[in-house]
Design a protein around this ligand. Structure first.
Ligand code: HEM
Length: 372
């Protein structure tokens, strides 16, 4: 297979459903694969890690007249220096490890409440995997929890715009508009103690658009990917129920079936990746999911093995943009899988995947649950 064929196939329905054989084919070709003179697939672990950590590789500007993308461009996720550093230091000040660690009792209570309320036959995605992170992030932000049911379809429509293929633009725009209006209303009189209030208080260091964009990002990034982590992990447990469900299990789920499979960068100037010269303005498609299955870094990469020594997947990125919520996501998943352990959980019908490459997860995961 050529790199062009690999990229095309990754964007096809079959490639989105199961990208892993394509990642294996890519690794056989090398760590850095030219698709055209100025588009490269970055697939090796060391190569992806190097790009993420080298500031010469920036977030692509992608000017867009599409409101949903335009809005996301103003958030920290799509910012470059000096704006990125300004937003990152502000968000790190309000989104502290202490604040996250302090959430543990609330996370445990939320997990127990959800598990107590589960029927014997449920869709795990709808009744648990979505509910837990949306409850936690609403609490952290200070968004009234009564509003949370609105967010799953809106987030899904909005993040469809992140896919490499043409997604439903109109739906993404409508979602961006609705979330924008929601937060514009909320910031007028934010509930005390939440991140919304903290960011409103720091307003002189953020433009109005940046404030809205970052609040929407925190909400959406705060639950969609974590929902996928919980679903992807449960699907593995359904196949291998005897696995221990501890922090090492969560780390291996992140490696094996990463909720974020792809990100992008552009080379600001002529540079090198793993010793190979790259022209200025090259577009880089970083396959995080492929890096996590690099046989040079992870022996027997297609085997799920929570006991891997030195397991450090790139699922949360690395370098300046490393996921701000990584410890929160890990905490939620560790508590959830720990509390799920006493239950007997079996499949109750065929699961369905979301038809996505970039954000990988299940739409439905029907289960039968007993014991506990
Ligand atoms: C950035 C993954 C959960 C907030 C990122 C990036 C990745 C990622 C890969 C970096 C993208 C890049 O470098 O291009 C994930 C995964 C999660 C998760 C796999 C769950 C399993 C969360 C949570 C929050 C969050 C719970 C917030 C509550 C953010 C923010 C950024 C980010 C604000 C941007 C940081 C920056 O640009 O400096 N995430 N994330 N994420 N994530 Fe997460």
């Amino acid at each position: 297979m050529t790199p062009t064929e690999i990229l095309q196939d990754l964007m096809s329905p079959a490639g989105r459903a199961d990208p892993f054989p394509l990642y294996a084919a890519a690794h056989r070709l090398g760590p850095l694969l030219p698709v055209t003179d100025d588009i490269f697939l970055v697939v090796g672990y060391a190569a992806v890690n190097e790009v993420l950590r080298n500031p010469v590789f920036e977030i692509p500007a992608e000017p867009s007249s599409q409101p949903s993308l335009e809005l996301m461009q103003r958030s920290i996720l799509r910012a470059n220096p000096p704006d990125h550093g300004r937003m990152r230091s502000l968000l790190s000040q309000v989104f502290t490890p202490r604040r996250v660690a302090g959430l543990q009792p609330a996370i445990e209570a939320a997990v127990d409440e959800l598990l107590n309320g589960l029927a014997a036959e449920v869709d795990f995605m709808d009744r648990f995997a979505f509910q837990l992170p949306v409850t936690v992030i609403c609490e952290l932000l200070g968004v009234p929890t009564d509003d949370r049911h609105r967010f799953r379809p809106l987030a899904s429509d909005l993040t469809a715009a992140l896919e490499l293929t043409d997604a439903s633009d109109a739906a993404a725009d409508a979602a961006a508009r609705e979330l924008g209006e929601y937060f514009a209303y909320l910031i007028q009189d934010p509930p005390p103690d939440g991140l919304v209030a903290a960011l409103v208080a720091a307003r002189q260091r953020l433009s109005d658009e940046e404030l809205l964009a970052n609040l929407i990002l925190l909400l959406v990034a705060g639950f969609e990917t974590t929902t996928d982590l919980l679903g992807n992990g449960l699907a593995i447990l359904l196949r291998q129920p005897d696995l221990p469900t501890n922090a090492a299990f969560v780390e291996e789920v992140l490696r094996y079936d990463s909720p974020v499979q792809v990100t992008t960068r552009v080379a600001r100037e002529r540079s090198e990746i793993v010793g190979t010269p790259i022209p200025a303005a090259s577009n880089l498609v970083l396959l995080l999911g492929a890096a996590n299955r690099d046989p040079e870094r992870f022996p027997d990469p297609d085997r799920f093995d929570p006991l891997r020594p030195g397991n450090k997947p790139l699922s949360f990125g690395a370098g300046a943009h490393i996921c701000l919520g990584n410890s929160l996501a890990r905490l939620e998943a560790t508590v959830a899988f720990d509390r799920l352990r006493p239950f007997t959980i079996t499949p109750n019908g065929e699961p369905t995947r979301r038809d996505r490459l970039v954000l990988r997860g299940y739409q439905t995961l029907p289960i039968r649950l007993s014991g506990g």
